[in-house]
Ligand binder design. Structure first.
Ligand code: GLN
Length: 479
C-alpha cells in the first residue's frame, strides 16, 4: 500500500477497479512521496494538494457509481508547467509569468479531466521549453533521480524526473525538437512525441507552433498508449488537428511482435562522437530486435546534416513571434521601473526573460527581419520540406527507424556551458520533429555508472499504433 506511487497507469487502474485502494490513497501516496523525495530532485514547481485530493474523491465517487470514463479515472498525472489548467499557476518556468493563474483548461487537460484524471502537480522545465537540461528553469534546476549530480534532460526534465523518480504515475511533456524523448532517455521512461497535429495545442503555451506537440511520459509503452488515446484527436480550437479517428492504441498492442518488422538504421545517425556506451546500448538493441525476428535495413536520410541549422532558424523565428505577447501588460511580470510605454515593454521583458530565451528571441527576430527573411526563414522552410521528403521516402521501405535518442547519457549539472554544445543534444530528435513524424524513446539499458539510456523508434506520420506496437515488442524483449 505504501508504495502505490511506484505504479504506472495500467497497474493503478487495475488496483482502483479491484478496489485494492482508492484514488485518495493513491493520490496521497504520490503527495507523500513528493514530500519525501522532491526536496532533492526538484521535479515539481507547485502541487495543489487539496485540489488533487478533491479530484481524487470525485474519481472515487465516479468509480463507486460505476461511471468510469477511462483507465485514467483517479490517476494523478504530472503536468508540464506550460500547459494551462484552470485555476492553477502556469509559469513556463519563467519569471515573466510568475504569479500568473490560468483562466481556462487546455484541450488536453479537458480531455484528461473528462477521463477522470487528477491533474494537480506542475512540473519544472527549461524556460519556455528552450533547453535540454532543465537548467534554464527560471526557478530551480531539477536533478536526475538516477544520479542527483546530473541533469534530467530537457526541456521536459521535471516530467521525466517525476516519472523516473516515481513522483507521479505518469506525466505530460511537450516536444518541439526532442524535449520529450531526450529527458525520457535520461530518466528511464517511455516518451512519445506524437505526429504533428495528432494532439491539440490549444492552451499549451507556444514555443514554435509548427513543431510543438504534447505527449505522454510514462513507465511503460502500454501506459503511453493509454494516455495518448485520451490526449489525441481533432479539436476545433486547433486547426492543425485533422479528423483522423483515434485508434484504441492500448488494445492494438495485444500480440505485438517484431517478427517480419522492417527496421531502418539511418546511416547519418550512427556517427563519430556518439558516446561509446550509448553506441553499445544501441547496438545491443539492434541485436535484440534481430533476434526477435526484425529485418534490419540500412537506409539514408540524406538531408539530415541540415536539420540542426533549419531547426535553429525555424524554432527561434516562431518563438520570437509567439513570445511577443509577454509585454508586461497582458500577462505576468511588469517592471516597476518604467516611465514610458516603451520602457514598460523593454524592462518587463529584460527582467522577466532568462538568457536562453533572450538569445532565441534575438536570433528569431534577426532571421525574420526584412532583407533576411528569404535568405534564412524562407530557405529553411524549403530545406525542411526536403527533410520531410527523406522520411516519406524511407517509410516506403521500412516500418520504423531505430536510432540513438541523444549522443550521451545524462551529464553533470553545470557541465555544458556553451549553448551550441547544448543544442547538439537534439541532433537525433530534431529531424523527425521537423518532418512531423511520431517518434519515441524507450528505455534500453544502463551505463556502467548506472545511467539510463533509451533507444529511439521513429514512425511514419499518424501511424502511432504501428510505432507503439514496435516499441511494445521491443520493451518485452530488451531484457
Ligand atoms: N532542446 C531543444 C531546444 O532547446 C528542443 C526543445 C524542445 O523540444 N522543446 O530548442
Amino acid at each position: 500500500m505504501s508504495e502505490l506511487y511506484k505504479l504506472g497507469i495500467k497497474a493503478a487502474a487495475e488496483g482502483l477497479s479491484r478496489k485494492d485502494f482508492s484514488s485518495v490513497e493513491l493520490t496521497q501516496a504520490v503527495i507523500d512521496r513528493v514530500h519525501d523525495k522532491d526536496g532533492e530532485i526538484g521535479a515539481y514547481l507547485t502541487f495543489d494538494e487539496e485540489g488533487a485530493l478533491a479530484a481524487a474523491r470525485e474519481a472515487d465517487a465516479a468509480r463507486a457509481a460505476g461511471v468510469v470514463a477511462s483507465p485514467l479515472c483517479g490517476v494523478p498525472i504530472a503536468i508540464k508547467d506550460l500547459i494551462n489548467v484552470k485555476g492553477q499557476p502556469c509559469t513556463c518556468a519563467s519569471k515573466i509569468l510568475e504569479g500568473y493563474v490560468s483562466p481556462y483548461d487546455a484541450t488536453v487537460i479537458k480531455n484528461l479531466k473528462a477521463a477522470g484524471a487528477v491533474c494537480a502537480g506542475r512540473v519544472n522545465m527549461d524556460e519556455f521549453a528552450m533547453g535540454s537540461s532543465t537548467e534554464n528553469s527560471g526557478f530551480h534546476p531539477t536533478h536526475n533521480p538516477y544520479d542527483l549530480s546530473r541533469v534530467p534532460g530537457g526541456s521536459s526534465g521535471g516530467s521525466a524526473a517525476a516519472v523516473g523518480g516515481d513522483l507521479c504515475i505518469a506525466a505530460l511533456g511537450t516536444d518541439t525538437g526532442g524535449s520529450i524523448r531526450q529527458p525520457a532517455s535520461f530518466c528511464n521512461c517511455v516518451g512519445l512525441k506524437p505526429s504533428y497535429g495528432r494532439v491539440s495545442r490549444f492552451g499549451v503555451t507556444a514555443f514554435a507552433s509548427s513543431l510543438d506537440q504534447v505527449g505522454p511520459m510514462t513507465k511503460s509503452v502500454e501506459d503511453a498508449a493509454l494516455l495518448l488515446k485520451v490526449l489525441a484527436g481533432h479539436d476545433e480550437m486547433d486547426g492543425t488537428t485533422p479528423h483522423d479517428p483515434v485508434p484504441d492504441y492500448a488494445a492494438l498492442l495485444a500480440g505485438a511482435s517484431l517478427k517480419g518488422v522492417k527496421l531502418g538504421l539511418p546511416k547519418e545517425y550512427f556517427i563519430d562522437g556518439l558516446d561509446p556506451e550509448v553506441k553499445a546500448i544501441t547496438e545491443k538493441a539492434i541485436q535484440a530486435c534481430t533476434a526477435a525476428g526484425a529485418e534490419i535495413v540500412e537506409v539514408s536520410l540524406p538531408h539530415t546534416e541540415y536539420a540542426m541549422a533549419v531547426y535553429y532558424i525555424v524554432a527561434p523565428a516562431e518563438a520570437s513571434a509567439n513570445l511577443a505577447r509577454f509585454d508586461g501588460v497582458r500577462y505576468g511580470h511588469r517592471s516597476a521601473k518604467s516611465d514610458s510605454v516603451f520602457n514598460l515593454y523593454a524592462r518587463s521583458r529584460a527582467e522577466g526573460f532568462g538568457p536562453e530565451v533572450k538569445r532565441r528571441i534575438i536570433m528569431g527576430t534577426y532571421v525574420l527581419s526584412s532583407g533576411y527573411y528569404d535568405a534564412y526563414y524562407g530557405r529553411a522552410q524549403k530545406v525542411r520540406t526536403l527533410i520531410r521528403r527523406d522520411f516519406e521516402e524511407v517509410f516506403t521501405q521500412v516500418d520504423a527507424l531505430l536510432t540513438p535518442v541523444a549522443p550521451t547519457p545524462a551529464f553533470k549539472l553545470g557541465a555544458v556551458q556553451d549553448p551550441l554544445t547544448m543544442y547538439l543534444n537534439d541532433l537525433f530528435t530534431i529531424p523527425s520533429a521537423l518532418a512531423g513524424n511520431c517518434s519515441m524513446s524507450v528505455p534500453s539499458g544502463f551505463t556502467a555508472a548506472g545511467l539510463p539510456v533509451g533507444v529511439q523508434f521513429i514512425g511514419d506520420a499518424f501511424k502511432e499504433e504501428k510505432l507503439l506496437r514496435i516499441a511494445r515488442a521491443y520493451e518485452q524483449i530488451r531484457g
